[in-house]
Design a protein. Structure first.
Length: 250
């Protein structure tokens, strides 16, 4: 089963309506992604850090997730400044970093971290099943919700099948290398993985039909918009308007 390291029952956001949290995180992501001025991006990053503080999550787990994303951001920092056209800023041997390239890299880094932190604080604190139910209540097409829930429930099965096939190949003396035999073996392995996944999906579907599945998930969770939800919605709306003013009217 896929782990949910950020699901925290003690988080204050856990008691908010998940539909509201999804909407707030999405709106914040849109405003941040569309922003270009540092006068709006930096406050947006600070706001997302504040949300993490309110969420009650362990800093170590958050930093681990940030390290994964910032590995890609670091690659951009190595490439964009020396390939983006603009005014020269400093030299790195035969390469010249431009001012515009550095600014673009900084914008990307701030946007990525701000959006990720906001989704961790507001969305990742709820189980995927709860998020799926909230999306269904928000009017998201049932097929998309169904795909999300089934992928979450059974994606680990493909990993288990792959590990079983890889162990079987290793027991037979297979050692990966840069050879035609290795490429052919991995091709067979991937093909067999999809065959087994298809067979497993067929068995799961038949089992669901035996249990009365009719193509729809009937959600048993009920959500209600409370006064606390209204207060948080008001605060987030004011913050988003503030970021918009800093970006487009500042």
């Amino acid at each position: 089963m896929i782990r949910e390291p950020f699901v925290n029952e003690a988080s204050p956001f856990q008691r908010l309506d998940p539909r509201l949290r999804i909407l707030m995180a999405t709106a914040f992501a849109f405003v941040t992604a569309l922003s270009d001025r540092f006068s709006a991006l930096v406050p947006g990053l600070v706001a997302s850090i504040i949300l993490i503080g309110f969420s009650g999550l362990q800093v170590r787990n958050v930093l681990k997730r940030l390290m994964l994303v910032n590995g890609f951001v670091l690659f951009l920092w190595l490439v964009v400044p020396v390939t983006f056209p603009g005014a020269p800023l400093f030299d790195l041997g035969p390469l010249t970093a431009t001012r515009e390239g550095v600014l673009v890299s900084a914008r990307i880094a701030i946007k990525c971290n701000a959006i990720l932190l906001s989704f961790i604080a507001l969305v990742a604190v709820s189980p995927v099943a709860t998020l799926g139910a909230a999306l269904a209540r928000m009017g998201i097409p049932e097929k998309i919700v169904f795909l999300l829930l089934m992928s979450y429930r059974y994606i680990f099965v493909m990993e288990t099948e792959y590990q079983r096939l890889a162990r079987s190949a290793a027991v037979r003396g297979f050692r990966p290398s840069t050879s035609i035999h290795t490429y052919r073996t991995f091709a067979y392995l991937i093909g067999m993985l999809f065959v087994r996944a298809s067979a497993r999906a067929e068995r799961v579907y038949m089992a669901m039909l035996c249990r009365g599945f009719s193509g729809r998930f009937h959600c048993m969770q009920e959500f209600s918009f409370s006064r606390k939800d209204g207060i948080w919605a008001g605060c987030m709306t004011i913050a988003l308007f503030g970021l918009g003013i800093l970006e487009w009217m500042g």
